[in-house]
Unconditional design. Sequence first.
Length: 83
Amino acid sequence: MRLRVEFTTEPFDLEEAPAHAVAAREVIQKAQLDAVDVGPFGNTAEGEAGELLGAVTALLRDALAAGATRVSLQVNVIPEDLR
């Protein structure tokens, strides 16, 4: 099964990326995921369920340890006809 995750970390800082945002993005960029897109207000990635769920676990752990007070995420199954 393939999944897509969309996530943001807070609190926001419009001047520079906070440590928690950097930590979350590093986890996603290092994972074996596809279609990784990081931006100032949202981030997305796709991948096989096992890899993506493992990356989400690490993302939560690292972002919270780096000072995130909130992590919003959504995980969707990618239908087979869209792969």
